[in-house]
Design a protein around this ligand. Sequence first.
Ligand code: NAD
Length: 260
Amino acid sequence: MLKGKTALVTGSTSGIGLATARALAADGANIMLNGFGDKAEIEKLRAGLEKEFGIRAKYSAADMSKPAEIADMVAATEKEFGSLDVLVNNAGIQFVANIEDFPADKWDAIIAINLSSSFHSIRAAMPGMKKRKWGRIINIASAHGLVASAQKVAYVAAKHGIVGLTKVVAVEAANDGVTCNAICPGWVLTPLVQKQIDARAQAKGQSPREAEIALLSEKQPMHQFTKPENIGALAVFLSSDAAASITGSAYSIDGGWVAQ
Ligand code: NAD
């Protein structure tokens, strides 16, 4: 379906981003990978995508907290592959503390990486998408784009911001063949969440499994994690022709988290 198209997935060296890059590659898209990690491991991922799916894959080391590097990455994608057709804004970080203890530099970093990076990438990608009259922008928000949790002030503010940004982009590009949607996952077991489980286990003297169940049941009626591949499958659907008129929406994939 996406054969001949190119997808850029930010933060795709791990977790949801990697699963989404794999799902888009399986659907035929060429892939620009991005994110931090061990150089040799990333090269293994890149070469593995090419071999497994018969597509072309490149890697950009752009830091999503740096606007100039984001613009360069978008330009490099268009130059390398001829177009940027599917943009998945996924890179994200987390920090947990009460607001009075929340370090200002952590606030700045989370707003930069989880919110402003999407503004910068969309701003750079939009002219090409509008010119070609085809584009899919998918912003990985969170259940925290729709509801709050204590101790996550920067994350919740950034993710609510992403849902708002998604709507504005959708409205602006509505007649240019470009859609923009947000995906709002609940708990997905990735390194980002594993860190929170480990911290809880240590703080409360729980086993990792006890901490895992406690974490899930606090928020989700469904006591199981969403699989990263399921987020990838939703991104593929939102990139399909069947989803051509879906725009400005925030798709929950959260085990019932925000239904309560
Ligand atoms: P992860 O930690 O497994 O992956 C994060 C990715 O972002 C990595 O590839 C990392 O290298 C990259 N990254 C971090 N800072 C970066 C920077 N400055 N520049 C470039 N890349 C950077 O996390 P994940 O759980 O897969 O999260 C991915 C996205 O999904 C995030 O936006 C997160 O908020 C969102 N999300 C996750 C969950 C969950 O339960 N895991 C739930 C809802 C939303």
